[in-house]
Design a protein around this ligand. Structure first.
Ligand code: G4P
Length: 516
């Protein structure tokens, strides 16, 4: 038995990457290392079986992208015997789902950035990285596919340093590449792991002298040419340790998972209206960062994902959602062990639990025992594409409203109900979300709709005194709408329009994000 407080044994993290960099493969290998699954390929295979059951997920298959995020929990023993619990939050690997991804990043304490050794950092990954920086989420970089012919590791390191404006610290080094790939040298242990059939064999410290001279020289240069690893600087987000490896061939993955266990921060305090709430606060608190409707089309369920911030949660506990004001009993929370749903009995800070509900829980809600805490920092982002939703069958208005409310809650779209006229407007940050919308409307809500161009280009949330709002509304009624929560929104024809109105209405604020 160990007396380590449970929160300090949690590592809650996300993997961010460009599609195809190897996130799925790496996830499988991490789960394997954690003993959560026994066969590589199982994650994918199960994913496909699940997908086959659901119509809207066809888009995932067709485009080879992952639309939904999920949570995977697995455990692994440290060399000293403490058990570390890893909560891996999957993020969609597509730029079009940035809002969903942003929200997921609010619920993690650190991230792993996977890049393809041959390709480097791609624009989408850069964007995700910026979100991590915005939220001070520290990043470990994993340079994948070093078993293939790629660029020089120095080039990759310099690109990471440049793109992220961070210090980079190589923690390992590939021995050869492509045809000459022999394994990965771990700087800390001095061990080289190399391919040997399916198993890993350590050549050990002694062998370093026997490295091909150019590799030995390179490795020395790498160690000398970059700063030393500094835990505080990494956790502060000023430095990224870089591990080289191959997810496919299972090289460098052990070093990576050990790095997460050793360096990645345990659950951190979360910002609230009344200052930071620490994991050791003697009360269960958490926040909803994601709601997923219809995960199982047979059951029409709705799962709210809660990140536990403080306290030990026990099944059946009564928690008060901030928006509801009265307590609900959480009888059947779900923990996600390698994508199987399991009933959880307890959860600790850093853990994610799924709470089945019928629409009571919403993104941004705080849940707590005493109903005193209000977490902050889960913004909505102004959409970049706006469309008018036109029903093919006008008798389906009620269903459409329900669907739009549900899907906006999930972060698939945002919805705006104009003050004038009956045609609702949806907003997205990427084109693909529109395809998902139409396909899910049909599959899950039996609503046939088409999307037409809207006369608006962007949206801004409005804030100001009643008098200022009224003054604005008198002249701009046709550009006013309410969002899902009934908050006023200015639908603008262009960015210029936003600037113009801002100038004319200095007593109003026009905001591109909305705190939930
Ligand atoms: P993603 O989730 O980030 O989109 O990437 P995924 O893991 O699906 O990997 C993308 C492709 O890259 C896959 O090949 C995968 O096998 C390959 N890959 C991943 N890691 C490595 C690695 O370390 N070395 C090499 N050489 N390849 C790697 P695919 O042919 O597109 O898919 P599949 O036929 O293997 O399923």
């Amino acid at each position: 038995m160990t007396s380590t407080p449970p929160a300090s044994t949690r590592r809650t993290f996300a993997i961010i990457s460009h599609p195809d960099a190897g996130k799925t493969t790496l996830t499988e290998k991490l789960l394997l290392q954690g003993g959560a699954i026994h066969l590589a390929g199982e994650v994918k295979a199960r994913g496909q079986a699940r997908r086959a059951r659901s119509d809207w997920m066809k888009i995932e298959q067709q485009r080879g992208i992952s639309v939904t995020s999920s949570v995977m929990t697995f455990e692994r023993a440290n060399p000293d015997g403490t058990i570390i619990t890893f909560n891996l939050l999957d993020t969609p690997g597509h730029e079009d789902f940035s809002e969903d991804t942003y929200r997921t990043l609010t619920a993690v304490d650190s991230a792993i950035m996977v890049i393809d050794a041959a390709k480097g950092i791609e624009p989408q990954t850069r964007k995700l990285f910026e979100v991590c920086r915005m939220r001070s989420v520290p990043i470990i970089t994993f340079v994948n596919k070093v078993d293939r012919e790629g660029r020089s590791p120095f080039e990759t390191l310099d690109e990471v340093a440049d793109a992220l404006a961070l210090d980079v610290v190589p923690m390992s080094w590939p021995v050869g590449m492509g045809g000459t790939f022999e394994g990965v040298l771990d700087f800390a242990s001095g061990e080289i792991s190399r391919p040997e059939g399916d198993s890993r064999e350590f050549l050990g410290k002694r062998e370093r002298a026997e490295l091909p001279p150019e590799v030995a020289q390179e490795a020395e240069l790498a160690q000398a040419g970059y700063p030393e690893f500094d835990l505080a600087a990494y956790r502060h987000g000023d430095l990224t340790p870089v591990y080289f490896g191959s997810a496919l061939k299972n090289f460098g993955v052990t070093e990576l998972i050990e790095a997460i266990a050793r360096y990645a921060p345990p659950p951190r305090p979360q910002p609230s209206e009344a200052g930071e709430i620490a994991p050791d606060r003697g009360e269960v608190t958490g926040f909803i960062f994601k709601v997923q409707a219809n995960m199982d089309p047979q059951h029409r369920d709705r799962i709210a994902f809660m990140r536990l911030v403080s306290g030990t949660f026990r099944r059946g506990m009564k928690l008060t959602p901030s928006a509801l004001g009265k307590p609900i009993a959480v009888h059947s929370p779900i923990l996600f062990f390698a994508q199987d749903r399991e009933i959880a009995d307890t959860a600790e800070p850093g853990d994610i639990i799924g709470i089945p509900n019928h629409g009571t829980l919403r993104v941004g809600d705080t849940l707590s025992e005493k109903n005193e805490v209000r977490f902050t920092g889960l913004p909505n982002f102004a959409p970049e594409i706006l469309r008018r939703v036109v029903l093919k069958d006008p008798t389906k208005t009620k269903q459409l409203r329900k669907a739009l409310d549900d899907l906006s809650e999930e972060g698939v779209i945002q919805v705006f109900y104009p003050e004038i006229g009956a045609q609702w407007i949806v907003g997205v940050v990427g084109q693909l979300q529109l395809d998902v919308l139409v396909s899910r409307l049909e599959a899950e809500y039996k609503v046939a709709a088409v999307l037409e161009p809207a006369p608006f280009d962007t949206a801004r949330w409005l804030k100001g005194s009643d008098a200022a709002m009224k003054g604005f509304a008198d002249f701009n009624k046709s550009s006013l709408a309410k969002d899902r929560d009934g908050d006023p929104v200015f639908l603008a024809k262009s960015a210029w329009d936003v600037g113009y109105q801002q100038e004319r209405n200095p007593e109003l604020t026009f905001s591109a994000t909305k705190e939930r």
